[in-house]
Ligand binder design. Structure first.
Ligand code: ATP
Length: 346
C-alpha cells in the first residue's frame, strides 16, 4: 500500500530576512492528524518556519505543499490553517462567543451558534460565551484563542508558544487537554516551544533546530536515545561525553571499561571518539564498577543528580534515588548500563 500523502510537505525550504538566512534547506513532512513540535534555542528559526507555513513570510527557495498542492502562492486565509500565536490577539470588543465565531463566515449562518457552543464546551469554556476577554483569567483567554482557531475545524493548527504566559500547572493541563482534543478530532498541529517537557508530552514527532537547520525530526524517545548530532544529544535531556577509542568488533574503550556499540562504527580502529552518557546510564555499584568522586549534587525530589569526576578527570552525571544520595566530596562506585551506546567523532 502506498504511504498516505502528507498533509504538510516541506522540501529544502530556505527563508531569509534582507539576505540573512533564518531557515536553511529544511525538509520535513507531517501526516494527517500528526502532532509535531519544533524545539530549539532562541533565534534558531522556529517562528520563521511557522510563519512561512502560515503564509506570513515568503520563503526564499524550496517547496511547501499543503494537502499535496503548492501553497507558496496562496494567501494565509486560503491555506485552510488555524493558528495561535504568542500574543493571543483576541478581539477585546467582542465577547468570547464573538471571538470564537470570527472565523466561521464560511459556515451557514444557522450553524454558527451551535459550532461556537460545541467548541466552547470541548475546550472547557462552557457558559463563558457572553463574557469579554478582560473578564477572563489568563488560562481562559488562552483557551478562547485555541477555541477560535479550532472552531472552523482546520486540518492543521500552527501554535507558536501558546502556553508561554501560563504557570507550570495550568500550562501542563492545557497542553494535555489540547493534545487529547486534537487527537479526538484528527487535527494535525505544529507547535513551537522552548520547553522540552512540553515538546515530549505534546508531540508525536519532535524537530530540533539549530541556526536555521533542522538537525533531527523524530519521536522524542528516538531524539533522547539516538540523537543524530552532539548538539541534539546535549540539547535534549542531560548528557556528558566520555572520551573513548574505537576497538575492533564494534566496541569502544572508555575509562568505565569497554562498551559494545552493537554495530559497525564508521571510524577505523584506534580513532578517538566520544560516547554520550545520560545521567540514567550510570548506576551506583556496590562492588566492581569504577570509583568516582562526588563533585556536587542537585536534589530533584525522587532522584538526586550527582556530578561525578572519574580518576582521569572526566566529569559525568548520575541519577541516584534521593534516599541513597551521597555527600559532595565522598566517593562512590558507579557502573555504566547503556541500552544504546551513542558514539560521535571526538
Ligand atoms: P524565539 O525562540 O526566540 O522566538 P525563533 O527560533 O522563533 O526564536 P525566529 O524568530 O524565527 O527564531 O528568528 C530566526 C532569525 O531571524 C533570528 O536570527 C532573528 O533575529 C531573525 N529575524 C526574525 N524576525 C526577523 C525580522 N522581522 N527581521 C529581521 N530578522 C528577523
Amino acid at each position: 500500500m502506498a504511504p498516505a500523502q502528507p498533509l504538510l510537505a516541506i522540501d529544502r525550504l530556505s527563508c531569509a530576512y534582507a539576505g540573512q538566512p533564518a531557515v536553511r534547506d529544511l525538509t520535513l513532512a507531517l501526516a494527517p492528524g500528526e502532532l509535531g513540535c519544533l524545539l530549539g534555542p532562541s533565534g534558531c528559526g522556529k517562528t520563521t518556519l511557522l510563519r512561512a507555513i502560515a503564509g506570513f513570510h515568503a520563503p526564499a527557495s524550496g517547496a511547501l505543499l499543503l494537502r499535496g498542492r503548492d501553497a507558496r502562492a496562496l494567501p494565509p486565509e486560503a491555506r485552510g490553517l488555524g493558528f495561535v500565536f504568542q500574543d493571543l490577539a483576541l478581539f477585546p470588543h467582542l465577547t468570547v462567543a464573538g471571538n470564537v465565531a470570527f472565523g466561521l463566515h464560511r459556515l451557514p449562518r444557522g450553524d454558527r451558534a451551535a459550532r461556537v457552543a460545541e467548541t466552547l464546551a470541548m475546550i472547557g469554556l462552557e457558559g463563558l460565551g457572553e463574557r469579554y476577554p478582560h473578564e477572563l483569567s489568563g488560562g481562559q483567554q488562552q483557551r478562547v484563542a485555541l477555541a477560535r482557531s479550532l472552531a472552523p475545524r482546520p486540518d492543521l493548527l500552527l501554535l507558536d508558544e501558546p502556553f508561554s504566559s501560563l504557570d507550570a500547572d495550568l500550562r501542563g493541563r492545557l497542553r494535555d487537554d489540547l493534545r487529547a482534543l486534537l487527537k479526538r478530532l484528527g487535527i494535525a498541529a505544529l507547535l513551537v516551544t522552548h520547553d522540552q517537557e512540553e515538546a515530549f508530552a505534546f508531540a508525536d514527532t519532535v524537530g530540533v533546530m539549530q541556526a536555521g537547520t533542522l538537525l533531527q525530526w523524530a519521536p522524542g524517545f528516538e531524539l533522547y536515545h539516538r540523537p543524530a548530532t552532539p548538539f541534539v544529544a546535549s540539547f535534549v535531556g542531560e548528557g556528558r561525553f566520555l572520551p573513548a577509542m574505537v576497538l575492533a568488533g564494534g566496541r569502544v574503550a572508555t575509562a568505565l571499561g569497554e562498551l559494545d556499540v552493537a554495530g559497525e562504527l564508521p571510524w577505523p580502529v584506534g580513532s578517538a571518539v566520544r560516547v554520550l552518557l545520560r545521567p540514567d546510564d550510570l548506576h551506583p555499584a556496590d562492588d566492581g564498577g569504577i570509583e568516582a568522586v562526588v563533585e556536587s549534587i542537585a536534589f530533584r525530589g525522587a532522584e538526586t543528580l550527582h556530578t561525578l569526576s572519574l580518576p582521569d578527570g572526566t566529569q559525568l552525571t548520575a541519577l541516584v534515588p534521593s534516599h541513597q544520595q551521597r555527600a559532595p566530596g565522598s566517593t562512590m562506585r558507579v557502573r555504566p548500563d547503556l541500552a544504546h551506546v551513542v558514539v560521535f567523532a571526538a
